[in-house]
Design a protein around this ligand. Structure first.
Ligand code: SRM
Ligand code: SF4
Length: 563
C-alpha cells in the first residue's frame, strides 16, 4: 500500500533520512560521546525529535553567536504525574534545565535550556521515574490527551484506561532510544520489542506528526477537533457506551501559503471501547499510506481528509478494520475552560485547579509557585494532572489537608481562592522567544502585558467580568491553538501580529482573520471599536466570540454560530 501511493513522487528530505536509518539513531551516539561538541549535526536533530529532544539556541544571545541548548518533552497520556515523578522533574529542571518547568498545551512537561551534557542524565531520570520522552515529538503518534478535570467526567477511569492503552499501542518500537539513553536497560512500556522495522509505522514512520485526544462532553477541555484523531466519550446511563471517532483536525499553517490552513476534524462514526485499538491503528495506517511524503507542509492527516473527503475516509477505514462504524451518537460540548480553586472529585475527595500563566512553573519575585508546588507535593503527595490549557490539577486531596495546602500556596504568593483574573485564566501563549527556533514574534513573554491592557479597556467599557478566550502564538504553527480562540494573536513579524476573531466557548469553531499585521502597541487601539460595538450591539448573554462571528464574518444568529 505504501509503495502504491508513493510511486513517482519526489520524497522530502526527512523521508530519505528515515528510510536510511529506521532505528532513528543517526550519529547521535558519536556526538554524545564527544565532549568537544555542543550540538548535533542537522540530520541528527531530526532523529532527536523522535526521542523527545529539540536542538535550540538562545535567541536572546544570537548577536553574540549561537549558544546551543535543548528542549526535552515528556510523554504522559492524559497529563498524569505522580508525586515522585513531579519531584524528579522539579529537581531536573534545576540541575540540568533553566530552573523552570513548562506545562505544554498537550498535557506534557518541557525542560528548556538543557545543555548537551545534561541530556543523558535528564532522560535517564525521567525513565527511572517510569515516564518516557520517546515519541513525544517526531513523525509518530505523540502524547495522547485525555480530559483531566475530575468533576465533569463520570467515566474518567475508562477514558484514562483507553488513553493509556492507545498511547502504548501506538508507541514506536524504536530500540535506539533505549540503547542510546538508557544504556541497554529496557523499560516496560507495554510490550515494545527489538525490531528494526516497526510493525505499525514501517521503515519510514508517518509522513508527519500525529495527534490524538479524548474528550468527555460537555467539556471540550482537550480541544478535540484540533487533533488528527479524536475519541468523544459517549456516556449512557452513567456508563461508557463507546466513542465517536473524529479525524482530520489540525491547526498548523504558513503565512502566504494558501495550501496550508487550520482544519476542524470531521465526526466519522461510533465505536465501542473494545474496537478502539483496531480503529486507531486503522486511522494511523491511513495517514501512513496516504499522507503526502513529498511536501511536509501538506503532510498532516487533515489534508488527506480535505483532499479525499469524509466518505472516502470512512470507507477506507472500514475496509482496513473489517467492520462498519455505527452512526455517530449525539453529543454536546458547551465549554473548553478549565476549572479553578477547590472542587470535589468524583471519588468524594477534593482537587485544586491551579492557574499557571502560560504553563510556566517558576519562582518570580514574591510569586514562588515552583517552591510552593514542591512543598505541597513533598508533604501531601497528591496525584497531578496537567491540563491542555497549560494549567495544573492537584488531585485526591483529603478534606483535612485542604487548608494546609491553601496556606502553603498563599505563603508563597500564589492565590488559591481568587486566582488571577477572568481574562488571564482563559488565556494561553506558546513559548516563542527565546527558545523556539520558529518564532517570528514574542508570545509567552508579552501576553501578560497585553492582557493587562485589555483589562484596562474592558474595565473602562464596563465589560470586566466577561470571559474572553485569548490565545497567542509567535508564529502561524498554532501551538497554543489560537485559531480556536475568541481572540487569536499570531506572530507575523517581530512585534507584529495577525488578529483572529470569532472562536466560541466550546471550541467547536475555527475563528477568522480580522487584521493582517498589527504592531503590539496598536492592538488595543485596533480592537477598541470591536469592543464598543460588542457592548452596544450584543444580544443578551452573547459571548464576544459569537458576537464577532455574527457581526463581522457571517451574518447569522449567535445560535447558528454555535453550531
Ligand atoms: Fe508545537 C513546532 C511547542 C503544541 C503545531 N511546537 C513546535 C516547536 C517544537 C518548534 C520547532 O519545531 O522547532 C515548539 C517548541 C517551542 C519551545 O521552545 O518549547 C513547539 N507545541 C509546542 C508547545 C510546547 C506549545 C505550548 O504552548 O505548550 C506544545 C507542545 C505539546 C506537546 O506536549 O506535545 C505544542 N504545536 C502544538 C499544537 C497544539 C496541539 O497540538 O494541541 C499545535 C497545533 C495543532 C497541530 O498540530 O496542528 C502545534 N508545533 C506545531 C507546528 C505546525 C505543524 C503543522 O501541521 O504545520 C510546528 C512546526 C512543525 O511541526 O514543523 C510546531
Ligand atoms: Fe514556536 Fe510557533 Fe509553536 Fe510558538 S507557535 S512555539 S513560535 S512553533
Amino acid at each position: 500500500m505504501i509503495k502504491e501511493n508513493q510511486a513517482n513522487i519526489k520524497l522530502s528530505k526527512n523521508e530519505s533520512l528515515k528510510e536510511g536509518d529506521p532505528r532513528l539513531s543517526g550519529g547521535i551516539p558519536g556526538t554524545l560521546a564527544d565532549p568537544e561538541l555542543d550540538r548535533f549535526a542537522s540530520d541528527d536533530t531530526q532523529f532527536l525529535k523522535f526521542h523527545g529532544i529539540y536542538q535550540q539556541d538562545d535567541r536572546d544571545l544570537r548577536k553574540k553567536g549561537k549558544k546551543f541548548m535543548f528542549m526535552i518533552r515528556t510523554r504522559q497520556p492524559g497529563g498524569l504525574t505522580t508525586a515522585d515523578q513531579y519531584l524528579t522533574f522539579d529537581d531536573l529542571a534545576d540541575r540540568f534545565g533553566n530552573g523552570t518547568l513548562r506545562i505544554t498545551s498537550r498535557q506534557a512537561f518541557q525542560f528548556h535550556g538543557v545543555l548537551k551534557g545534561g541530556l543523558g542524565p535528564t532522560i535517564q531520570k525521567i525513565n527511572e521515574a517510569l515516564l518516557t520522552t520517546l515519541a513525544a515529538c517526531g513523525d509518530v503518534v505523540r502524547n495522547v490527551m485525555a480530559p483531566p478535570t475530575p468533576a465533569t467526567n463520570k467515566v474518567e477511569d475508562e477514558i484514562y484506561r483507553d488513553a493509556g492503552l492507545l498511547s502504548n499501542a501506538l508507541l514506536p518500537q524504536c530500540t535506539a532510544y533505549h540503547q542510546i539513553w538508557l544504556e541497554g536497560q529496557k523499560l516496560d512500556l507495554g510490550g515494545a520489542e527489538d525490531k528494526v522495522e516497526d510493525p505499525l509505522y514501517g521503515k519510514t514512520y508517518l509522513p508527519r506528526k500525529f495527534k490524538v485526544a479524548f474528550a468527555a462532553p460537555p467539556s471540550n477541555d482537550t480541544d478535540i477537533f484540533t487533533n488528527c484523531m479524536g475519541f468523544i466519550a459517549i456516556e449512557e446511563n452513567g456508563k461508557l457506551a463507546g466513542y465517536n471517532l473524529t479525524a482530520g483536525g489540525g491547526l498548523g499553517m504558513n503565512h502566504n501559503n494558501e495550501a496550508t490552513f487550520p482544519r476542524k476534524a470531521d465526526v466519522i462514526g461510533f465505536l465501542t471501547p473494545d474496537q478502539i485499538e483496531a480503529v486507531a491503528k486503522g486511522v494511523v495506517s491511513i495517514h501512513r499510506d496516504f499522507g503526502d511524503r513529498s511536501e511536509r507542509k501538506h503532510a498532516r492527516l487533515k489534508y488527506v481528509l480535505e483532499d479525499r473527503g469524509v466518505e472516502w475516509f470512512r470507507s477506507e477505514l472500514e475496509s482496513r478494520i473489517g467492520f462498519k462504524l455505527e452512526t455517530a451518537r449525539p453529543f454536546d460540548f458547551t465549554s473548553q475552560a478549565d476549572v479553578f480553586g477547590w472542587q470535589k472529585n468524583t471519588q468524594g475527595s477534593w482537587f485544586l485547579g491551579l492557574f499557571i500563566q502560560s504553563g510556566r512553573i517558576q519562582d518570580t519575585g514574591d510569586y514562588r509557585l515552583k517552591t510552593a508546588l514542591r512543598k505541597v507535593v513533598e508533604k501531601f503527595r497528591p496525584e497531578l494532572r496537567q491540563t491542555s490549557a497549560q494549567n495544573l490539577i492537584i488531585n485526591h486531596v483529603g478534606e483535612a489537608d485542604k487548608e494546609a495546602i491553601t496556606k502553603i500556596f498563599e505563603e508563597h504568593g500564589v492565590e488559591v481562592e481568587n486566582q488571577s483574573t477572568i481574562l488571564r485564566r482563559a488565556s494561553m501563549a506558546c513559548p516563542a522567544l527565546p527558545t523556539c527556533g520558529l518564532a517570528l514574534a514574542e508570545s509567552e513573554r508579552v501576553l501578560p502585558d497585553i492582557l493587562g491592557r485589555f483589562e484596562d479597556l474592558l474595565g473602562e467599557l464596563e465589560l470586566k467580568d466577561e470571559e474572553i478566550v485569548i490565545r497567542m502564538t509567535g508564529c502561524p504553527n498554532g501551538c497554543a491553538r489560537p485559531y480556536m480562540a475568541e481572540i487569536g494573536f499570531v506572530g507575523r513579524a517581530p512585534n507584529k501580529y495577525q488578529i483572529y476573531l470569532g472562536g466560541n466557548e466550546a471550541s467547536t469553531r475555527v475563528n477568522r482573520l480580522y487584521k493582517e499585521s498589527i504592531p503590539n502597541d496598536k492592538i488595543i487601539e485596533e480592537l477598541r471599536p470591536v469592543f464598543e460595538r460588542f457592548k452596544n450591539e450584543r444580544q443578551p448573554g452573547e459571548r464576544f466570540g459569537d458576537f464577532c462571528f455574527r457581526a463581522y464574518f457571517d451574518n447569522v444568529s449567535s445560535e447558528e454560530a454555535r453550531q
